[in-house]
Design a protein around this ligand. Structure first.
Ligand SMILES: NC(=O)c1ccc[n+]([C@@H]2O[C@H](COP(=O)([O-])OP(=O)(O)OC[C@H]3O[C@@H](n4cnc5c(N)ncnc54)[C@H](OP(=O)(O)O)[C@@H]3O)[C@@H](O)[C@H]2O)c1
Length: 265
């Protein structure tokens, strides 16, 4: 990754912050995006060679602003080698109690944002015949659990879109890596939306016991270096994925009984 230009969304906290720092340590020039510019500047100042990185505040739900942001990055660095679609928003509410506005907001941030940004970055990568697109999905992009209907739907949508994209661009020099973390100790549950759109505002015990963001980021970065199709930074909860594949009926009964409810967010 030394000398590469890597764009990380959601770089103001959690996994994205750790990805930005890990990339900078590996010698990449990092474009840091999220809505909170002040937090991004703090992350930038902690990165090695801080002057090599670019803070670019961006609200991913404002898709009209994306082409100008891409032009700004290309104007600054001349190319984008890695795009890491990491920004995301989760939920803590039953489907029946979740307003359609919340369903749409989660789809806007988790699905349409990465899709719009990827479509804007891809033409230059295709022109150069190289580049890597990464998206941070979740184990819940593989199966659903209670209280995460919109979130899980958005991550399943991400999985489908980026699997299809990989099939289209692989032979043109573009790699696609999908990261499916389990629980990671970030502010995700604090920032999660309740059914009426207000913040959940609580740290879930399962998230608190999750992987350190730096550990998750390192596993993702190793997966990117190896050009893996998928990477699973998770503890034992990744066994849930195995169970869902090997014994789908039993798995669904466990989910129903809420035994796995506090698995990955
Ligand atoms: N933590 C976990 O257990 C876990 C597990 C599986 C997958 N994930 C995934 O990991 C990714 C990172 O989440 P995290 O755990 O690090 O949570 P986090 O600490 O809450 O970080 C979320 C990031 O997304 C940014 N963001 C939110 N809305 C945005 C918008 N409209 N436009 C641009 N940026 C926006 C936030 O920055 P601003 O507020 O400054 O915009 C923040 O930097 C997400 O995609 C999440 O679904 C997390």
């Amino acid at each position: 990754m030394d000398g590469k230009v890597a764009w990380v969304t959601g770089a103001s906290s959690g996994i994205g912050e750790a990805l930005a720092e890990g990339l900078a340590r590996r010698g990449a020039s990092v474009v840091l995006s999220a809505r909170r510019g002040e937090m991004l500047r703090e992350v930038q100042s902690r990165c090695p060679r801080s002057e090599a990185h670019l803070v670019l505040p961006l609200d991913l739900t404002d898709t009209a602003a994306i082409p100008a942001a891409v032009s700004q990055v290309l104007g600054h660095y001349g190319r984008i080698d890695l795009l890491i679609n990491n920004a995301g928003l989760t939920q803590r509410s039953l489907a029946i109690d979740t307003s359609l506005d919340v369903d749409r907001r989660i789809m806007d941030v988790n699905f349409f944002g990465p899709v719009a940004l990827t479509k804007a970055v891809l033409p230059k990568m295709l022109e150069r015949g190289s580049g890597q697109i990464i998206v941070v999905s979740s184990l819940l992009g593989k199966f659903g659990i209670g209280h995460r209907s919109a979130y899980s739907a958005s991550k399943h949508a991400v999985q489908g879109f980026f699997d299809s994209l990989r099939a289209e661009v692989h032979d043109r020099g573009i790699g696609v890596t999908i990261a499916c973390p389990g629980a990671v100790r970030t502010s995700a549950s604090l920032n999660a939306l309740s059914g009426d759109g207000t913040p959940h505002g609580r740290m879930d015990p399962f998230i608190e016991r999750g992987l350190a963001p730096s550990d998750c980021a390192e596993r993702i970065l190793r997966g990117i270096e190896r050009e893996q199709y998928e990477v699973y930074p998770a503890r034992l909860e990744r066994l849930a994925l195995l169970l869902s594949r090997l014994a789908p009926g039993l798995f669904k009964r466990c989910i129903r009984a809420k035994r796995l409810e506090q698995l990955p967010k």
